[in-house]
Ligand binder design. Structure first.
Ligand SMILES: NC(=O)c1ccc[n+]([C@@H]2O[C@H](COP(=O)([O-])OP(=O)(O)OC[C@H]3O[C@@H](n4cnc5c(N)ncnc54)[C@H](OP(=O)(O)O)[C@@H]3O)[C@@H](O)[C@H]2O)c1
Length: 342
């Protein structure tokens, strides 16, 4: 089997592909030949040493998503079969103690059978390892925690990111109004054409001549919401951007922070007091082990299987071209998911 190892914190040159012996399952485990490995910003951060809480120290194998076909089952496993398509649960990439078994950038993965989810027919083979992070991140915050209501206005920064694209579909399915913001004027047309990107409005935030927050305030007014945006689901969450977001929040509005893409800077939070508004943090792992986790998987897979939820693939790279894949992803020109294929 092939496995990617980060040999030291640093650039893509620290990603090395090595060959290891084929894995054997213990009694409660299954062996999966991974056919799709979803790439995430967290993998790049881990390589650079910016996500040690998850990666630990090198050497380690990066990757938090994956799906494929079961090739062997342990003797105590009765509800999984060889040939079955499965996705790894959120916990699976970290569920086995030994470091050599963590991380999904590999051709074969050994997981407890209980940490695999069968995939229904109708879901694209290439995508089965690239669904959880975007859809469950959005569903967990906006549906499970926030209980989004029809008619609510939701602002989704980083509109071309996989999480925002997933969030746009979930919000529309729950009757909300979506405003995507993007730093990339060149992506607007493609986003407007894309079925998966369900934005009612797209606003470019890098246009100096037209302040984006004024445009969004106008949109909110045309939707009959004079007092602002009900929910902001934000991976930027810093400096000037956060400053203006706080001012856009409606009375009682909520700003969810789920990433830190922006540059730090001074922020005046005083409007939160007058608006009785909230800033909340969100990490996908908060859903792990709760009854909502299974509900989220079911909701996403059912909607995926009938084509109601979609995820654009930005590019598929062979696993042994992992350096080129992370280099391309770091450029930020993409829309949707980068996938590694062993
Ligand atoms: N909390 C959680 O549980 C959780 C789970 C998954 C992901 N995340 C976080 O969510 C974020 C997006 O992840 P992803 O995998 O969906 O990313 P992705 O698909 O690779 O999208 C990245 C996009 O973010 C935007 N962006 C990049 N740098 C930016 C900056 N400095 N300021 C504003 N926007 C910037 C760009 O979109 P535009 O060109 O459209 O502006 C870029 O294309 C990451 O920060 C990731 O760590 C958090």
């Amino acid at each position: 089997m092939q496995q990617v190892i980060v040999t030291a914190f640093g650039g893509v040159e620290t990603l090395q592909v090595c060959s290891l012996k084929a894995a054997q399952p213990r009694p409660h485990e299954v062996v999966i030949n991974l056919t799709s490995i979803g790439m995430n910003q967290a993998d790049l951060m881990a390589r650079k040493g910016e996500y040690r809480i998850s990666s630990g120290e090198p050497p380690f194998t990066p990757g938090i998503e994956g799906g494929g076909v079961i090739t062997a089952v342990g003797e105590a496993v009765s509800d999984r079969t060889v040939g079955q398509r499965v996705i790894l649960s959120i916990q699976a990439p970290a569920s086995i103690g030994a470091p050599e078994y963590k991380g999904t950038y590999r051709s074969q993965f050994v997981a407890p059978a209980t940490e695999t989810i069968p995939v229904p027919d109708g879901i694209d083979e290439a995508l089965i390892g690239a669904l959880w992070l975007p859809f469950l991140t959005a569903w967990g915050a906006l549906v499970w925690q926030q209980n989004i209501q029809p008619g609510q206005i939701v602002m989704l920064p980083a509109a071309s990111s996989s999480v925002a694209i997933a969030a746009s579909q979930i919000v529309k399915q729950h009757g909300g109004i979506t405003i995507g913001t993007t730093t990339s004027p060149t992506k607007v047309e493609a986003l407007q054409r894309l079925n998966a990107a369900q934005y009612d409005h797209i606003v470019v935030t890098s246009n100096r001549s037209q302040p984006w927050w004024k445009t969004i305030r106008k949109i909110a007014k045309t939707q009959g919401q004079n007092n602002g945006i009900d929910i902001i689901f934000d991976p930027v969450a810093a400096g000037d951007f956060l400053h203006h977001e706080i001012r856009l929040l409606a009375q009682g509005g909520t700003l969810w922070v789920y990433g830190l893409l922006g540059s730090p800077g001074k922020v005046d939070v005083s409007p939160l007091i007058r608006k009785n508004a909230t800033i909340r943090g969100w990490l996908l792992n908060h859903i792990s082990g709760t009854s909502a986790e299974q509900e989220g998987y079911t909701h996403i897979l059912e909607n995926m299987a009938v084509g109601r939820y979609q995820m654009p693939i930005a590019a598929i790279f062979p696993l042994d071209q992992v350096q080129a894949a992370q280099t391309a992803m770091a450029q930020g020109k993409h829309i949707g998911k980068y996938i590694l294929k062993p």
